[in-house]
Design a protein around this ligand. Structure first.
Ligand SMILES: Cc1cc2nc3c(=O)[nH]c(=O)nc-3n(C[C@H](O)[C@H](O)[C@H](O)COP(=O)(O)O)c2cc1C
Ligand code: SF4
Length: 467
């Protein structure tokens, strides 16, 4: 057993302080989370548009039958509740009473509160806690406490926790089971970088977690309430100084990327295979997500395409003014757009290369795409089923009027479509492949040599050795 690592009390049981991070869409499901719990840790079922099954056990494709976004949003919420309930029940069976099962939601997903209520209502006694990040989940504590379930907020700074604690969590303090510190420069999936933080200057997690502990102490929270370190955790021996350290209090560890490569991980084999081929620097922290958050994913053709699209971008005015003295004569029909001379020349070049359609962005710029890309963008925007509370790509908003009031942004993409596709066997180079920045370590770690893919139990046992 690795030095100093001891089981913690969670949900009235002893469990290893090792958590499988929740991963949507359909990436941490009953198989992975049930197995993680069975190995003695805390498994997390993703309640973000989870899969349901038909009577033969086949995944039910989430097909939308209604005509408006509002109606499709309702269908989506129903799919999400049914899927998560099914996943929790199966995970609980697999866990066989060992470890614990949590669920994960994103606060900024469409209908998040309704999904939480719907799932917790139908899984009483099965779920030990809810992890939730992506936004400021003020009402998380109240909802979890109303079902006698723990909550574990995911934050990326002490400041965010202080605001949540003061405004809401202090009123349901007994159900706060842990605080997850997710390193915004290193973790896979969406990242909580604030505007004040430089995406190119990763900060050491230690002082940030120490500050979080100090903030928790100011709120009167016991040092026995663990801080869960998430993001870039690989070998526990590299976190030696964190364990049994009075400055930090109780510490647990969350793994998101490592459990992707296990036998129980439901992602397609091509995705697993690709993980073993990555090099350092192949993961990109970027800002294309329609949520507006930063996120980390493999820099594949899908992401490169978005990078290039944003590079084929020029500012315009609707009348000749300042530097914008040249009328654009490619990409647009009818309307007059005035641009700089240099941008006119660039636009003509893109046009010659086949990027013959210019699309307006909410920032008074135009991006140049091929006619096929334009068709896909328009179709994806029209097919929107309202999976987010606010979406920059389609302008959908989960409120009166169902619009953000801003122009739909062609520099982004439909995250629901792409995450569903990659999880269910779509091409791995043409979809968003979330991964943490330590994913390159699969290639170097001798545990995975000769193509070895461990079971979840083998992975947890390996982690417990310090490796
Ligand atoms: C494929 C993938 C999907 C993820 N999806 C979610 C999610 O839906 N909700 C969430 O809170 N975190 C999500 N995460 C973050 C993980 O739960 C975890 O905190 C993170 O991956 C830890 O960092 P690591 O990738 O370095 O292990 C995701 C991570 C990955 C790799
Ligand atoms: S367009 Fe935006 S809100 Fe609509 S389904 Fe896609 S990602 Fe979700």
């Amino acid at each position: 057993m690795f030095k100093g690592l001891r089981p913690i009390q969670y949900g009235g049981r002893e469990v290893w302080p090792l958590i499988e991070g929740g991963k949507g869409v359909a990436v941490s499901n009953h198989m992975s989370s049930g197995a993680w719990a069975a190995a003695g840790g805390i498994g997390t079922v993703s309640a973000v548009n989870a899969d349901s099954y038909d009577p033969e056990g086949k995944i039910i494709p989430q097909i939308y039958r209604t005509l408006t976004r509002r109606e499709r949003h309702e269908e989506l919420v129903q799919y999400a509740i049914d899927g998560a309930v099914e996943q929790v029940r199966r995970a609980f069976d697999i866990s066989d009473g060992r470890g614990a099962i949590n669920i994960n939601v994103l606060w900024e997903m469409g209908g998040a509160q309704r999904v939480l209520h719907g799932v917790l209502e139908r899984t009483r006694g099965l779920v030990t806690g809810v992890t939730c990040g992506a936004g400021m989940p003020y009402r998380l504590s109240e909802i979890a406490a109303s079902y006698n379930v723990n909550y574990l907020p995911i934050i990326s700074s002490a400041r965010a926790f202080r605001a949540l604690w003061k405004r809401a969590y202090s009123k349901a303090a007994e159900w706060l089971a842990a605080v997850v510190y997710e390193d915004p420069w290193r973790a896979g999936g969406h990242n909580g970088l604030s505007n004040a933080e430089d995406p190119l200057q990763p900060q050491d997690p230690y002082p940030r977690v120490k500050a979080l502990r100090e903030t928790m102490r100011e709120g009167g929270i016991s040092d026995d309430v663990p801080i869960v370190m998430a993001g870039g955790v690989w070998y526990l021996r590299e976190w030696n100084d964190w364990i049994d350290n009075p400055e930090l209090g109780s510490i647990a560890f969350q793994f998101g990327t490592r459990p992707l490569l296990t036998r129980e991980s439901p992602i397609p084999d091509a995705w697993k295979q690709h993980l073993t081929e990555l090099d350092e620097g192949d993961i990109l922290l970027h800002r294309f997500s329609p949520t507006g958050f930063y996120s980390s994913a493999v820099r594949n053709d899908f992401l490169r395409n978005l990078e290039h699209r944003s590079e084929r971008q020029i500012a315009f005015s609707l009348e000749a003014a300042g530097d914008h003295q040249y009328k654009l004569d490619v990409g647009v029909k009818g309307k007059s757009y005035w641009v700089t001379r240099n941008d006119l020349l660039r636009a003509r070049e893109w046009d010659m290369l086949g990027f013959t359609s210019a699309l307006k962005t909410p920032d008074n710029t135009l991006v140049f795409v091929t006619p096929e890309e334009m068709k896909t963008i328009r179709k994806d925007q029209a097919d929107c089923m309202g999976c987010l509370s606010q979406c920059s790509f389609s302008s959908w908003a989960d409120m009166e009027g169902n619009s953000t009031g801003r122009l739909a942004d062609p520099r982004s993409f439909c995250i629901q479509k792409t995450l569903q596709d990659i999880a269910h066997g779509g091409p791995i180079d043409q979809n968003l492949m979330f991964a943490g920045h330590a994913a390159y370590r699969f290639k170097q770690d001798p545990f995975y040599s000769n193509g070895f893919v461990p079971s979840v139990k083998q992975l947890v046992d390996r982690i417990l050795t310090g490796d």
